[in-house]
Ligand binder design. Structure first.
Ligand SMILES: Nc1ncnc2c1ncn2[C@@H]1O[C@H](COP(=O)(O)OP(=O)(O)O)[C@@H](O)[C@H]1O
Ligand SMILES: [Mg+2]
Length: 276
C-alpha cells in the first residue's frame, strides 16, 4: 500500500536527509518510525504524504507513484493520507466540531453530510461530550483527539503521525496510543514517527523501522521473519496494480480546495524552516 524504493532526499545546502531508504507498509499494519532527532522521520512522512518529492527513488501510495502522479492526482492521494502532528495544528477559537467540519467542507463533502459525519468522527475518538467545546479549552490529549478525528475525515488509506505524543503527559499519551490501536484494529494502517522508547516498549507487537541519519538501520519485521525482506524485491508488488484508481469522495473538491486543506491539515504549511 505504501512502498518506498531506494528513496533519497537531498535538501539544497543541507545534504541528504534520506539516503537509499526502502520499505513497504501493508494494509492494516502498525509501524513505528524511529531514530534520533534529524534522522529523517518527518521527511519520510512528508514524502509519503506526497507533500514533497524524493530526489531519487520512488514513493508509492495506494497505486500512485511519486514519479508519475499528476497534479490533480496528487491532491486526491494527499487527501486520503491522514496526518497528525505533534502540535495538533487545530484552528484556534473554533469548536471541536468546527475543526472537523472545516476539513469535510473544503474537501467537498455534501453540506448536509458534514455535521453528522463530524459528530460521528468525534464520537469515534471519544469526544462526543466535547463537540461544542472551543479547542483552546480542551486538554492536550483532547486536542490531539480532535486532530485525529480530522485526520480520519476523508477515510484515509493510512494514518501518519509525526511525534503525536511529543506534547502530551503520560496519561494523555496512553489514551492517544489506545486510540491509534483502536483505529488500527479496524483495519487502518498507522505509521507513527516517534523517538519515545517508552511508547514503543509498551507496544511490542508493532513493527519498528529505524533511521540513523537518513539511512535505514533496522526493521523488526525483516529481523524477525526470515524472508520478509523478499517482499521489497522488485516484482513482489502488493495487490494494488500500477495506476489503480483510488475510490473517490462523493463530490470532488473545487480546484482551489487543496490550498485550504493544505493549510488546515498539510505538513508543508510548516514552512521552509526544518527541525534542527
Ligand atoms: N525543509 C527542509 N529544508 C532543509 N533541510 C531540511 C528540511 N527538512 C528537514 N531538513 C533536514 O533533513 C534532516 C532530517 O530532518 P527531519 O526529517 O526533520 O528529521 P526528524 O524528523 O527525524 O527529526 C535534518 O538534517 C534536517 O535539518
Ligand atoms: Mg521530525
Amino acid at each position: 500500500m505504501i512502498k518506498l524504493s531506494h528513496v533519497s532526499k537531498e535538501y539544497p545546502r543541507r545534504g541528504h536527509a534520506l539516503r537509499d531508504v526502502s520499505f513497504h507498509i501493508r494494509k492494516g499494519e502498525f509501524a513505528f518510525l524511529t531514530g534520533h532527532s534529524g534522522s529523517g522521520k518527518s521527511t519520510t512522512l512528508r514524502l509519503i504524504h506526497m507533500a514533497d518529492r524524493p530526489s531519487e527513488g520512488e514513493v508509492r501510495v495506494s497505486g500512485y507513484s511519486s514519479e508519475r502522479v499528476t497534479e490533480r492526482d496528487l491532491w486526491k492521494v494527499r487527501r486520503r493520507v491522514g496526518f497528525v502532528f505533534q502540535d495538533f495544528r487545530l484552528l484556534p477559537g473554533r469548536t471541536a466540531l468546527e475543526n472537523v467540519a472545516f476539513v469535510l467542507e473544503v474537501t467537498g463533502t455534501p453540506q448536509r453530510a458534514i455535521q453528522p459525519k463530524a459528530q460521528r468522527l468525534l464520537a469515534q475518538v471519544g469526544l462526543a461530550p466535547k463537540v461544542g467545546a472551543d479547542v483552546n479549552e480542551l486538554s492536550g490529549g483532547e486536542q490531539q483527539r480532535v486532530a485525529i478525528a480530522r485526520a480520519l475525515a476523508n477515510d484515509p488509506y493510512v494514518l501518519l503521525a509525526d511525534e503525536p505524543t511529543g506534547n502530551l503527559d503520560d496519561r494523555a499519551t496512553r489514551g492517544v496510543m489506545d486510540l491509534f490501536w483502536d483505529i488500527n484494529a479496524k483495519g487502518m494502517a498507522v505509521l507513527m514517527a516517534t523517538h519515545d522508547l517508552e511508547v514503543m516498549r509498551r507496544h511490542p507487537i508493532a513493527r519498528v523501522l529505524e533511521l540513523d541519519p537518513g539511512r535505514p538501520v533496522y526493521d523488526s519485521e525483516a529481523a524477525e521473519r526470515p524472508g520478509a525482506e523478499e517482499a521489497d524485491l522488485p516484482g513482489a508488488e502488493e495487490a494494488e496494480p500500477t495506476g489503480t484508481k483510488a475510490p473517490e469522495p462523493a463530490v470532488d473538491a473545487p480546484a482551489t480546495a487543496p490550498t485550504a486543506v493544505e493549510s488546515a491539515v498539510g505538513p508543508s504549511e510548516a514552512g521552509g524552516e526544518p527541525t534542527p
